[in-house]
Design a protein around this ligand. Structure first.
Ligand code: MG
Length: 159
């Protein structure tokens, strides 16, 4: 069986006056992620992991913020486009593993909802999606609550 692996990473600054979107769901918090889109680091990392596995560039190249079609677009609208690209090229998603780095809020209560949302966007069972969260132990910009980051690894299988 032919397989491909892809890795994605993203980080956005946390600012006041923005809703917090992670993995395509809104999470109650005093601040949100800054970005031309909704700043959803989880979905951006997943898109980059998929594009990486396909050898198809990155999210900034495929969905440039200079293009009015993508300015301010919800990240949940970008994911299906990348999934479609993978499918067109004859690949199906084996599994996705995500790690979110965020000092607060506590993400454990939202993990099941994030997992279900990512599974729905990727059109795969939730058992093939893993969402993990950790703090940065108070160290660096993420640890000081100035930003959130996420990494994602995806496995593609040839159909
Ligand atoms: Mg991003």
């Amino acid at each position: 069986m032919s397989i491909r692996v892809g890795h994605g990473y993203d980080l956005h600054r946390l600012v006041e006056g923005r809703p917090l979107y992670l993995a395509g769901i809104e999470i109650p918090h005093s601040r949100g992620l800054l970005g031309h889109s909704d700043g959803d680091v989880v979905l951006h990392a997943i898109c980059d992991a998929l594009l990486g596995a396909l050898g198809a560039g990155d999210i900034g190249e495929r969905f440039p913020d200079t293009d009015p079609r993508y300015r301010g677009i919800a990240s949940s609208k970008l994911v299906p486009q990348v999934v479609a690209l993978a499918r067109e090229q004859g690949w199906r998603i084996g599994n996705v593993d995500v790690t979110i780095c965020a000092e607060r809020p506590r993400l454990a209560p939202h993990r099941a909802a994030m997992r279900a949302r990512v599974a729905a966007l990727l059109e795969i069972p939730a058992t093939q999606v893993s969402i993990k969260a950790k703090t940065n132990e108070g160290v660096d910009a993420v640890g000081r609550g100035q930003a959130m980051a996420a990494t994602a690894v995806v496995l593609l299988e040839k159909t």
